[in-house]
Design a protein around this ligand. Structure first.
Ligand code: SAM
Length: 283
């Protein structure tokens, strides 16, 4: 009987491995410039509208990092992709910031901006300006924020959230990061809810005890376009599943906010119905 149980466990693990390998194959076609165009230009990034997706996300991040409870030396962003919006508030309060992604094309995109080589696929200026405005800073402060970001990012590292140790050994100091940010990563790289929950546990291992987790992600999404003709499957999540995965991995939920997509934000590049924002603390 025991061997049957072991065998079942083996089958389950094999299926999970196959699912993870299939996800990695989907990402072979990921196109950073197209992804930025789909998700990080108007209407999804319309800074004149408070109900546009990007201003909503930037508002949540601004609030999370100015409530006064998050501090420390090291912030790690998990699955950065080709984007920088998610660290524009956090970069002001951490001395060191580590960006990470699974794909070399995304790490290269980030490094191009960080090294100021002037060939970024997206102009981040309106993002920098918007966050400076949230911070109550003047019209010229955005270039100071750009310099600050370039100064605090120490590394852009490869990561795989499906490994128990997602980063290379020794990549982080021993107690772990003081804070983690991760946006639209876990649900869009996991074949199912079990894999999502397991991956959340893996990244939790990068965080020191009592450290904070800022998790943003898609609700009710089954696919997104990673480039022209590249459909990437996503685990459709609801709020209860997000809360349960956090609990199972020893996180205490501090805040959960939900954004429902207005009809004109449903532009055909995915079937997302909403977005969750979570602030949690590792026990
Ligand atoms: N964080 C960005 C954002 O907010 O737009 C990008 C999110 S994008 C939907 C998902 C990201 O997960 C991609 O950049 C992809 O390269 C990365 N990824 C794919 N497989 C991964 C894995 N096994 N571990 C970590 N990240 C992975």
């Amino acid at each position: 009987e025991e061997s049957e149980v072991m065998e079942n466990k083996g089958v389950k693990e094999k299926t999970m491995e196959d699912g993870v390998a299939a996800m990695a194959a989907c990402y072979a076609g990921f196109d950073p410039a197209a992804y930025l165009q789909y998700n990080y230009t108007a209407p999804r990034a319309d800074f004149t509208r408070r109900d546009s997706i990007v201003p909503w996300k930037l508002g949540c991040l601004h609030r999370a990092f100015t409530e006064g409870d998050i501090s420390g030396g090291l912030l790690v962003d998990v699955g950065s992709g080709p984007t920088l919006y998610q660290v524009l508030s956090g970069c002001e309060i951490f001395e060191r910031l580590v960006l990470t992604d699974f794909l070399e094309v995304n790490r290269r995109e980030l490094k191009r901006w960080l090294q100021d080589q002037g060939k970024s696929s997206l102009d981040w200026t309106p993002y920098l300006q918007h966050v400076c405005k949230l911070e109550g800073r003047g019209a010229l402060a955005w270039s100071e924020k750009a310099s600050r970001l370039r100064a605090v990012v120490s590394d852009v590292l490869p990561i795989d959230v499906h490994r128990p140790q997602p980063l290379a050994p020794g990549a982080l100091p021993s107690p772990g990061a003081d804070c983690l940010v991760s946006c639209f990563c876990l649900e869009s790289v996991s074949p199912d809810l079990d894999a999502f929950t397991r991956a959340l546990g893996h990244i939790g291992g990068l965080l020191r005890p009592k450290g904070h987790l800022i998790l943003i992600g898609a609700l009710g999404e089954s696919f997104y376009q990673g480039g022209p003709g590249v459909q990437i499957p996503v685990v459709p999540l609801d709020e209860a599943q997000v809360c349960s995965s956090l609990k199972q991995n020893g996180f205490t939920l501090m805040r959960l906010e939900v954004y429902v997509l207005p009809d004109d934000m449903r532009v055909g590049v995915d079937d997302v119905s909403g977005i969750f924002f979570v602030k949690a603390r590792k026990e």
